[in-house]
Design a protein around this ligand. Structure first.
Ligand code: ADP
Ligand code: MG
Length: 823
């Protein structure tokens, strides 16, 4: 009894304590002062108490409130990194993992040994690491190895609102891991950090969390931001952004500019252009000049007879577009004074004509994920004395990083969205409109230090009609065969029951399981007896040994299957090159980018010769790709080579880096492959070409097409049109070889294709010829076999009984030539 009493006493004593344990951190005064200003610091006690009392906590706060940088420090000080345990933080973006680790390490003055990061292929984690920033993909891999995550005492899923596929899956997994760890009496804390968007997806999802997790909201001080829409949406948003920056810099008061573009190349391009326009010159501009212009602007703006905009407001912003601060309804009217661009142009013209004198220099900095960390860090520094900061960024600056000194945001409204390429399984990027929620996040970046302005380079009508409220979670935007395979490799057999924050639909899951079973990555479980028993095994296929290897490779399962198969016969170097080339879109140009069609014929002739002869010719478009890459490898001047042969330079570079990436990964899975590291390839021999076709078939098992027979062509009467017509399994109408295919003269009876796409008609792209006899072997799962044929009795050879059978392929049942098969 005494013991029990004492325990009770102890626990009573512990509870109200602010920190169960205090691990001191010695920060510099400067850092400490900066921290004190962050809204989250005032909430430290509430946050830490809630965490100590609850297994799962949701922490929501506007970007910049200090979540990412401060919460790990609170946890560290409260002793969560003691006893050999770590504090883990996942980020959907690499750039955030790297820069946040650096920042926290700097704030705590503990060094990178203690505060480290890990992203794919890169990291500085040591045995001493106590706070570990990583990408969400990294933690998912760790779960595959150590399901209970015993190294961690806390896991923080940061930026959960971004709804990256891996973060979503991690949440599903962690909801269970937290439970298991509790049962083991070794609790794991889960903290979900997010901007204040759609929190219900996590908190109100009973499948995910049986008990409603507490939600802590951190309020942050935000100054008002005036939104200015363009009247018309310009054709080139980059050009428009450029003009807008020039105007702001030449006419508006101090304050940094932040521009949102979609990708690295755009960012670099605009930075270069801005630096040309505003070369860094150390001239001091007379204050009186500036005043003169400001007052002249003021006069002009007044001339425009703006109704109720006070002088105060104009003075504050000296902002020519200010009238769009009027309510949206008015903006859309036919008010001639409205923020029309041509109108603005006329107001601005003379300012722009004043020459190139700028009031101060423009300190232009790029910011995107792939930028080296030391360059990324520059955006946090004060711009040089007397200059204006201008950060040209991708949407990494939307929520993951908070840039100080920003007063003007220029929002192109565009975002490069990751679109999963259904053909190759490798993600591609498309530029689309962003969501209303993102646009508002972007605008918010302008109100961190003072009232700010956000210039939206699109019309308000477009914003209202075309922008979705939120971006869809990634998981709904792509096929999920790769994900299903990852989950099965963790041992989640019944994907249907998995507690997804937003579940994919049943068709998506069904399709993925079917494909994976056909590829041999999964094995169906058969339920016998009652309906209930059978239901139990529906969509509960288990991973096979082949599936495990495939799960380790960083390409979609179809392509992983090709790589896994090609390990035999020394085919890996060729297969890696082929898979990489198939994965990058438009390696081969059809017509010159400059519109001059002169070289098209030459290119086609060249590709015919690249296709090779005889057997290897049937490797078709894949062979051309292989040769193109091989020849580019060996060429002394790659730019000239690409121009001459119609290769897209950027695509070739992408293929190269994808190849190196694949090689690095494969060397981990299949360590005994010395040939792999030779990046240069020779053209395949005829035998290799044949094997490569079989390998392609093994991955494209369900993408087989058969030539429309001559008799049917006769009937249709249009011989020329029907010459290149093929039939697919599940499609009534014929599809056609794309005219760019080198196989359009050969027209093999059976082909495999990479993709069907719609243009003037339905075309097949990425075609290779195959032999129908291969189907029973390489697409066995899609074939059905007759009983042994009586006409030709079985025979015994090589210790096997062989017999002739009729084979049909696919659902619509194509009859293939009778084949002799093992009985
Ligand atoms: P949240 O995660 O809530 O969006 P952060 O913790 O990322 O907020 O940021 C808190 C503050 O720390 C911001 O004001 C930001 O400007 C500042 N900060 C972040 N990284 C750095 C850095 N490398 N150098 C200077 N300040 C930084
Ligand atoms: Mg953050």
């Amino acid at each position: 009894r005494e013991k029990a009493e004492k325990k009770k006493e102890d626990s009573k004593k512990q509870k109200p304590l602010r920190k169960t344990c205090f691990v001191p951190v010695f920060r510099t005064t400067e850092i400490q002062e900066a921290r004190e200003k962050l809204p989250i610091l005032a909430e430290e006690q509430t946050i830490m108490e809630t965490i100590s009392e609850n297994p799962v906590v949701i922490l929501a706060g506007e970007t910049g409130s200090g979540k990412t940088t401060q919460v790990p420090q609170f946890l560290y000080e409260a002793g969560y990194a003691e006893n050999g345990r770590m504090i883990g933080i996942t980020e959907p973006r690499r750039v955030a993992a790297v820069s946040m680790a650096a920042r926290v390490s700097e704030e705590m003055a503990l060094g990178t040994n203690i505060v480290s990061y890990q992203i794919r292929f890169q990291g500085n984690v040591t045995d001493e690491t106590k706070i570990k920033f990583m990408t969400d993909g990294i933690l998912l891999k760790e779960i595959q190895k150590d399901f209970l995550l015993l190294k961690y005492s806390v896991v923080i899923i940061d930026e959960a609102h971004e709804r990256s596929v891996y973060s979503d899956i991690l949440l599903g997994l962690l909801s269970r891991i937290v439970h298991l760890r509790k049962k083991k009496d070794d609790p794991l804390k889960l903290i979900i950090m997010s901007a204040t968007l759609r929190l219900e997806d996590f908190s109100e999802n009973r499948k995910l969390f049986k008990e409603v997790p507490p939600v802590i909201k951190v309020e942050s001080r935000q100054y008002p931001v005036t939104i200015h829409f363009n009247k018309r949406t310009p054709e080139s948003y980059i050009e428009e952004a450029y003009k807008k920056i020039c105007k702001i810099h030449r006419t508006l008061p101090d304050g940094g500019i932040l521009v949102f573009l979609t990708g690295q190349q755009e960012v670099n391009h605009l930075c270069r252009r801005l630096r040309e326009t505003f070369p860094v010159v150390k001239t001091t501009v007379k204050q009186s000049d500036k005043e003169e212009v400001e007052s002249s602007l003021l006069r002009k703006t007044k001339k425009k007879n703006l109704k109720d905009i006070s002088n105060q407001l104009i003075k504050e912003a000296v902002n020519l577009d200010n009238y769009s601060a009027l309510p949206l309804a008015e903006m859309e009217g036919d008010d001639p004074h409205y923020n029309d661009d041509s109108d603005m142009e006329s107001i601005h013209e003379d300012e722009l004509d004043m020459g190139t004198t700028s009031f101060s220099s423009l300190h232009v900095l790029p910011l995107y994920s792939m930028l080296p960390p030391q360059k990324q860090r520059l955006v946090f520094e004060n711009p040089p004395e007397g200059s204006r900061l201008c950060v040209v960024a991708t949407n990494v600056a939307e929520t993951s990083l908070t840039i100080p000194h920003i007063r003007y945001v220029i929002d192109t409204g565009k975002v490069k969205a990751k679109v999963y390429d259904k053909v190759t399984g490798i993600s591609a990027f498309h530029v689309t409109w962003t969501s209303k929620a993102s646009a508002n996040q972007r605008a918010g970046r302008a109100g961190r230090i003072a009232p700010g302005h956000c210039y939206r380079l699109y019309s308000s009508a477009l914003f209202n009609d075309e922008f979705p409220d939120f971006s869809e979670p990634d998981i709904l935007r792509r096929p999920i065969d790769d994900l299903v395979l990852q989950m099965k490799s963790i041992g989640i057999d019944k994907v249907l029951n998995f507690p997804f924050p937003t579940p994919p639909d049943l068709e998506q899951i069904k399709g993925a399981e079917r494909l994976l079973i056909n590829l041999g990555a999964l094995e169906e479980q058969r339920g016998r007896g009652t309906l209930k028993d059978r239901k139990k095994f529906e969509y509960a296929a288990r991973i096979t040994a082949l599936g495990r290897v495939m799960a380790e490779l960083p390409v979609a399962p179809r392509y992983a299957k090709m790589l896994a198969l090609s390990e035999q016969h020394d085919l890996l170097p060729l297969a890696v090159c082929l898979v990489a080339a198939l994965a990058v879109p438009e390696v081969l140009l059809e017509t010159p980018l400059d519109g001059n069609r002169g070289s098209t014929k030459q290119w086609q002739a060249m590709r015919r010769t690249w296709a090779g002869k005889g057997n290897s010719l049937l490797l078709g478009d894949a062979m051309v790709l292989l040769r193109a890459i091989g020849a580019a490898d060996n060429s002394p001047n790659i730019v000239a080579f690409c121009n001459e042969h119609g290769l897209r330079m950027k695509a070739i570079k992408e293929v190269q880096s994808l190849r190196s990436q694949l090689i690095r990964e494969i060397s981990l899975v299949l360590p005994n492959n010395p040939t792999l590291f030779n990046l240069k390839i020779d053209p395949p021999t005829d035998l290799q070409a044949k094997l490569l076709r079989q390998i392609l078939l093994a991955g494209l098992i369900d993408r087989v097409a058969q030539k429309v027979p001559a008799s049917e062509i006769k009937e249709s009467g249009d011989k020329i049109k029907m010459k290149t017509a093929y039939k697919l399994q599940d499609m009534e109408d014929p599809v056609f070889l794309h005219p760019s295919s080198v196989l359009k003269y050969e027209l093999p009876e059976f082909i495999i294709y990479q993709e069907v796409f719609e243009a003037s008609k339905l075309f097949l792209r990425g075609i290779s010829g195959i032999e129908p006899e291969w189907l029973p072997t390489f697409a066995q799962k899609l074939c059905s076999f007759s009983d042994p044929l009586v006409a030709t009795p079985p025979r015994y050879a090589d210790g096997k009984i062989l017999c002739h059978r009729n084979v049909t392929y696919g659902r619509s049942g194509w009859t293939l030539p009778t084949t002799e098969l093992e009985y």
